[in-house]
Design a protein around this ligand. Structure first.
Ligand code: AMP
Ligand code: FES
Ligand code: ZN
Ligand code: ZN
Length: 321
């Protein structure tokens, strides 16, 4: 197998495009594809200040690395879910990347809320870990963005995430969710940040290859609470379809963008209220996060962040960590 561009030995085949590429040409292929998405959907425009939600996985570390390489200076935000043998390892990978990029990371430790990790907290709240986790992550990411003056929250969602979520929504005809997922969601009312997904059209497999070829050290394990999740089953099914018929996933997601997302302002119609306690958006009168604080009998002061800033560590400190 030879690289279609230079004829050197290829390291990856891209069946959906009936091509194969060597390492440098694959890296530039993925960077160009991401840059096209950024420009086409106006994900990060002049004067915007992006921040990347980093989990320690391949997608978010790669998007953080790539954005900085492409000239979009971006800091990071991490939500430490207090999961044993997982969360601290994830953060160590994030610190390593922060050192390389010389970028700041804001982190929120869930144990600030109840001294418990996400599983313990979810039990108190009588929710399953993933639902409590999703709600807390959404709130915290948005809040860091607004509080620290970032304009644009970047996540590492890839085409496999989008296709499997879309598949689930179509399968159960969750019409209320169809049309809500997009490459970009605009900022609103000064309290909801713009949210963008530069890897929306990149596959998990390609991103993993990009991470490996760039020596990005990422956590390979999935969150232990995601085992058996329906989205993982859908991903597996879609991968099997993709193998039989390369290009299926991209057609599915692009078709969705074309048919459902007619106008990027469309989702603005669905206006929210503002939480009477914290001022952040909610569909009711008090937001879910403030309900959690009430349930735990604690105040808003518990929502605060640690900052890891490699640019203020001196060289010896950095070498020792
Ligand atoms: P997931 O929902 O786990 O597939 O993650 C989707 C995206 O959300 C990732 O690519 C990250 O950008 C972001 N994300 C997930 N978990 C965290 C976390 N604990 N802290 C910060 N960002 C996260
Ligand atoms: Fe949220 Fe696992 S419970 S990532
Ligand atoms: Zn080549
Ligand atoms: Zn609130």
């Amino acid at each position: 197998m030879k690289c279609r561009v230079c004829g050197e030995p290829a390291v990856i085949s891209l069946k959906a495009y009936s091509t194969a590429l060597c390492a440098p040409h694959f890296i530039s292929f993925l960077e160009k594809r991401t840059l096209n998405t950024i420009n086409k959907y106006r994900l990060i425009e002049n004067g915007e200040k992006p921040i990347v939600a980093v989990s320690g996985g391949k997608d978010s570390l790669s998007v953080w690395f790539m954005l900085n390489k492409l000239g979009y200076a971006a800091d990071g935000v991490y939500i430490n879910l207090g999961i044993e043998n997982y969360s601290d390892i994830s953060f160590a990978k994030i610190e390593k990347m922060a050192d390389l990029l010389m970028k700041k990371v804001y982190s929120f430790d869930i144990k600030r809320l109840s001294d418990k990790g996400i599983d313990g907290l979810a039990k108190i709240l009588k929710r399953v870990p993933c639902s409590a986790c999703g709600m807390i992550k959404r709130y915290v990411m948005n809040r860091v963005c607004i509080e620290y003056g970032y304009t644009t929250l970047v996540t590492g969602h890839n085409i496999d995430d989008e296709a499997s979520a879309l598949f689930g929504n179509v399968l159960y005809w969750k019409e209320e969710y169809l049309g809500k997922k997009n490459v970009v969601l605009e900022a609103r009312h000064g309290h909801l940040s713009k949210k963008v997904k530069p890897f929306f059209l990149c596959s998990e497999r390609d991103i993993a290859a990009y991470a490996i070829l760039n020596n990005i050290d990422y956590i390979r394990e999935e969150c232990p609470f995601s085992v058996g999740a329906k989205t993982l089953i859908y991903k597996d099914m879609l991968n099997r379809l993709e193998q039989l018929s390369p290009g299926t996933k991209i057609q599915f997601v692009k078709g969705y963008l074309k048919s459902f997302i007619k106008n990027r302002q469309e989702d603005i119609k669905n206006t929210e209220n503002f939480c009477s306690k914290c001022g952040y958006p909610t569909y009711g009168s008090i937001c879910n996060m403030c309900r959690v604080l009430e349930r735990l009998n604690i105040g808003e002061g518990h929502i605060c962040f640690d900052e890891y800033d490699p640019s203020v560590l001196d060289t010896t400190e950095r070498l020792m960590t």
